[in-house]
Each structure stands twice: as structure tokens, then as C-alpha cells.
Design a protein. Structure first.
Length: 283
């Protein structure tokens, strides 16, 4: 049975881009008699606003979607720490004290995750008590797995190239919300039985890292469906901070959510909104 999911973070209201993503995942599941899950990814520290989860549910119902809800990420910390512990025991994680600014200043190249970490702390001595993040030793991890591949329903078979992102962080310095997106999303999709990971093209590069983690941790390997993004008139991804109207605002203004969903399915977009291009064969 196909299982898809929509996994928003409660650090801002949903907008049309979220609606398009949720509808895509919902319809793929419905078409095959499967399940569509809602998972609230609420481990973004102080930016997470618990009250937004209720708003998300109201927005999805307004669009006419039906879903099964699974536990939020904030209830899953133990599983993240256990997985990181396994990777540490395998010798695949190392502590890093560097700040984002220090990484940006020292980086000599850029990858799909931004500046590629130059492995400053790989063999550095770090004083006890220093706050550290834990990074994956990508070279050692790939030596452990060998070549890896994954399947995208739109872009076809892909060779995993997590090395292009460098030694990404899996556990953050923040003790209250330690897991990175890569570790949490990979573990959650496995725990929730997701068989088709449906998300936007902006996360295409992340999938190479997730495929590596699945192999290292012995997790099931789903298929992926990376859909194009809705963009504004300047070709930028929609974002609330740039004035993209929220679904909640549209809902409270009396707009017909089911009609909006039908228009998005038909490719009829509001003025000033375009559907981005979107097939990748390289990360």
C-alpha cells in the first residue's frame, strides 16, 4: 500500500506552496488506495509554535483533504539519539564546535546544503564542556556503504551523491532539539511506514543524504516524488516573510478552499504565481 506524508514545520503559517505539496501527496495516496499522513515537524527550537498545528489541520480540512495524523517529532527524540549513538559506535560521527559563520568563512566550496564544511574539527582536540554538534564523516560513511542509488518517480534512477554536501550535521548543539532535519526526517519516514516521500524540488539534494542514512541504519528504502515548486513573479519560492498570503488568511476571508484545491490540481494559479521547472538528474 502506498503511504505518503505532508510534514510541515510550525514556524509559520501554511501558504499556497504548502497547499500544492499537501494536495500532491494526498492525491498520490488516494489514487492508489493508500494513506496520506500528517506529521508536524516541531523540533525547530524557539521558532516552533505549538498553536500552529491546529491551524494546519484547519487548513487541510478547508482544502478538502483527509489524513491520518502521526506523532509529532517532539515525541521522538529518543529514537534520534539512539540512531546517532549507533552511528557513533560505528565511528562515523565526530564532534564539531564551529559556528555557521566560521564554516561560511572557511568553506572552499558550495554544495546542495550551502557552504561545504572543510572538516576543521575532524581531528581537532575539543575541550570538555564545549558545546558541539555531531557531524557525519562522509568519507568513512561512503566507504562503509559503497555506491548507492534511489528512485524518483519524476527524475528516474539517481546515484546517491551525499559527498557533495560534505560532513553534514546530524545532531545539533541545541540539547532541547538535537536532531537535524536529515536524521529526523529519515527516521520518521521509516517509523511511519512512508513508501513514497513526496516533497518539493528544493529538497532533492537532501535525498542523497537520506539514502545514505537509510543504508547505514538498516532502514527501508522508499521511492521519492519531488514536485515542482510554486514561485512568485521574481522566480522565488513562496514564503510568508515575503508577503505570500497564508492559507489561514484566505480561509478567514471566506475563500472556497475546495475550489482553490481544484484550481491547483488543474494548474490554474493565482496571478503572479508560476509553477517552477523541476527535473533534476544531479544533486
Amino acid at each position: 500500500m502506498i503511504v505518503t506524508r505532508f510534514a510541515p514545520s510550525p514556524n509559520g503559517s501554511l501558504h499556497l506552496g504548502h497547499a500544492f505539496s499537501a494536495i500532491t501527496a494526498h492525491d498520490l495516496a488516494q489514487r492508489h488506495g493508500g494513506r496520506f499522513l500528517l506529521r508536524v515537524e516541531d523540533i525547530d527550537g524557539a521558532r516552533s509554535r505549538p498553536e500552529l498545528a491546529a491551524e494546519f489541520r484547519a487548513d487541510l480540512a478547508w482544502l478538502g483533504l483527509q489524513w491520518d495524523e502521526v506523532p509529532p517529532q517532539s515525541s521522538r527524540t529518543a529514537s534520534y539519539l539512539a540512531a546517532a549513538g549507533r552511528l557513533r559506535e560505528m565511528g562515523l560521527l565526530y564532534p564539531c564546535r564551529c559556528s555557521r559563520a566560521e564554516v561560511a568563512a572557511a568553506a572552499q566550496s558550495h554544495g546542495p546544503e550551502g557552504p561545504v564544511y572543510p572538516r576543521t574539527c575532524r581531528h581537532a582536540a575539543i575541550e570538555p564542556g564545549t558545546p558541539v554538534a555531531w557531524r557525519i564523516d562522509m568519507e568513512a560513511a561512503l566507504a562503509h556503504t559503497g555506491p548507492l542509488f534511489w528512485e524518483d518517480e519524476r527524475a528516474g534512477r539517481q546515484q546517491a551523491r551525499p559527498d557533495l554536501a560534505g560532513d553534514v550535521i546530524l545532531l545539533r548543539k541545541d540539547a532541547d532539539t538535537p536532531a537535524s532535519y536529515h536524521l529526523a526526517a529519515t527516521l520518521d519516514d521509516a517509523a511511519d511506514g512512508v513508501t513514497l516521500v513526496t516533497r518539493g524540488m528544493d529538497l532533492f539534494g537532501a535525498t542523497h543524504i537520506h539514502r545514505l542514512l537509510q543504508e547505514l541504519l538498516g532502514l527501508p528504502v522508499p521511492r521519492w516524488h519531488h514536485h515542482p515548486l510554486l514561485l512568485d513573479a521574481e522566480g522565488r519560492k513562496l514564503a510568508k516573510r515575503r508577503g505570500s498570503p497564508s492559507l489561514a488568511e484566505r480561509r478567514r476571508a471566506g475563500e472556497d478552499g475546495r475550489a482553490l484545491a481544484a484550481a491547483l490540481r488543474a494548474g490554474i494559479l493565482p496571478a503572479g504565481i508560476v509553477l517552477g521547472e523541476g527535473l533534476h538528474s544531479e544533486p
